[in-house]
Design a protein around this ligand. Structure first.
Ligand SMILES: Nc1nc2c(ncn2[C@@H]2O[C@H](COP(=O)(O)OP(=O)(O)O)[C@@H](O)[C@H]2O)c(=O)[nH]1
Ligand SMILES: [Mg+2]
Length: 250
């Protein structure tokens, strides 16, 4: 029995510790059974819709990638540069996710590829149902690449399968190399990891080697691309991967 509220569930989930590993007395937040049940139902429904999206992508030979990162790491810039550099060699369509505004969709629209903006309001991530509805508006062509820019957030999007072939997590060198240690679930859920803004390395104490090591601790199978969307350095490796991954029409 829990002392503070009398529920049947002891303190769960959250632990609090002090630097140096000293124990702290408090463990907050109870994981009540009802909260867990609702979360399981939400994720279960999402997984069902994600499986339908995945089947649709498979049937239409569409490679869907889910781009996840903190706000400002360069997702939209990478999309803009990727689309420009592919220069029509692969048909591309984009779903943009943000809480508010059409700003990113306008940037993608300027590149000339089809784009749909999903505004999540207070929501901190895209879900499979939103992607399903966006696909009705977008109707991407067969044998194409679908790039989904998720809401900027290194936490919630890790839990929500959209039906994508892979999550690509982007970290920029201005964020500090410790992010894979702090948000391991996102790096564990991703197959690809792009380290962006390397043009800024001379001005920072960011260690690419340490970042790679921390990311591999969360997920030893990650494929890395180390690049600058600003200067184009390292973009070739990313573009080659895309060329190889999108299967052309038989
Ligand atoms: N120096 C530098 N700035 C970048 C690079 N990529 C993006 N930015 C800048 O970072 C800011 C956020 O980029 P944006 O693409 O909007 O990030 P998003 O929020 O993840 O979509 C913008 O001012 C970009 O111009 C890069 O490779 N180098
Ligand atoms: Mg953006």
């Amino acid at each position: 029995m829990c002392d503070s509220c009398g529920c049947d569930h002891g303190p769960g989930g959250v632990t609090i510790a002090l630097p140096g590993g000293r124990p702290a007395a408090v463990a907050e937040d109870h994981q009540h059974g009802k909260t867990l049940r609702v979360e399981q139902e939400v994720l279960g429904k999402n997984n069902h819709l994600a499986a339908r999206n995945r089947e649709w992508f498979r049937a239409h030979n569409i490679l869907a990638l889910n781009l996840v990162s903190s706000p400002g790491s360069g997702k939209t810039t990478i999309l803009e540069q990727t689309i420009r550099r592919l220069s029509g060699a692969i048909p591309v369509a984009v779903i943009e996710g943000d809480q508010q505004t059409l700003l990113d969709a306008e940037r993608i629209d300027a590149t000339g590829v089809p784009v749909v903006q999903v505004n999540t309001g207070a929501g901190c991530h895209l879900d499979a149902g939103m992607v399903h509805r966006a696909l009705h508006a977008l109707t991407p062509p067969d044998h194409s690449l679908l790039l989904i820019e998720n809401v900027g957030n290194l936490v919630c999007p890790a839990m929500f399968d959209l039906g994508e072939a892979a999550k690509a997590v982007i970290i920029s060198v201005t964020e500090g190399e410790d992010k894979p240690l702090k948000y391991p679930a996102m790096f564990a859920a991703a197959r690809l990891c792009l380290i962006n803004k390397i043009d800024l390395l001379p001005h920072l104490d960011f260690s690419v080697e340490r970042c790679l090591e921390y990311a591999r601790r969360a997920n030893p199978d990650l494929t890395f691309f180390i690049l600058s969307a600003r200067t184009g350095d390292g973009m070739d490796g990313w573009l080659t991967w895309l060329h190889d991954a999108v299967r052309p029409a038989a």
